[in-house]
Design a protein around this ligand. Sequence first.
Ligand code: VGL
Ligand code: ZN
Length: 212
Amino acid sequence: MPILHGPNDALLVIDLQNDFCPGGALAIPEADAIVPLINSLGERFDHVLLTQDWHPPHHISFAATHVDKQAFEVIQAPYGPQTLWPEHCLQHSTGAAFHTGLEIPHTELILRKGFRRDIDSYSAFQENDQITPTGLSGYLRERKLTRLFLCGLAYDFCVRHSALDGSRLGFEIIVIEDATRSVNLLNSVVETNAALAASGVPCIQSSEFLSL
Ligand code: VGL
Ligand code: ZN
């Protein structure tokens, strides 16, 4: 069933940054393989938005910020459980820059997130304290962009939380599954599949688009 897209649709590309690609600080297997596909998808959308993970030094999500903690451990932050990561996407670093192959010249918005030292932000809509908004929902509402197609990194963290929050906030969310890749910690992919299904967020393949 083809998905015809219209004036209220946008492509939201999550965190397609060097540090999440092979050779980066928090490398996701095959992350760079989705870049050409995302460029092709970008050509099909009038409206394209990017997010950029954008951390200050000593960010709460960095294992090195804490005493005796290793990357991929979970700590109790004041707002709840927080997975610790290698230092990544430092503001203005090469690692925080978008993959050089990403080419969507008509991108309308770059939304930075995770810039507060004491709160991480997986979701493009809301920080991990589940209170602090990023401003994206206000932007989308004012722009009348009501249906969002999500792709990028990582399926099981930032794509997952963006999709769930967007759906909860009343946007129609569709994940383009083959245009994502996963960090894959413990059961994160299985849990993501289940959470998206439980929220009624469909996962489609890019071929449903690119064949139109
Ligand atoms: C992400 C871990 C830490 C992501 C960002 O983009 O999925 N994951 N920061
Ligand atoms: Zn991060």
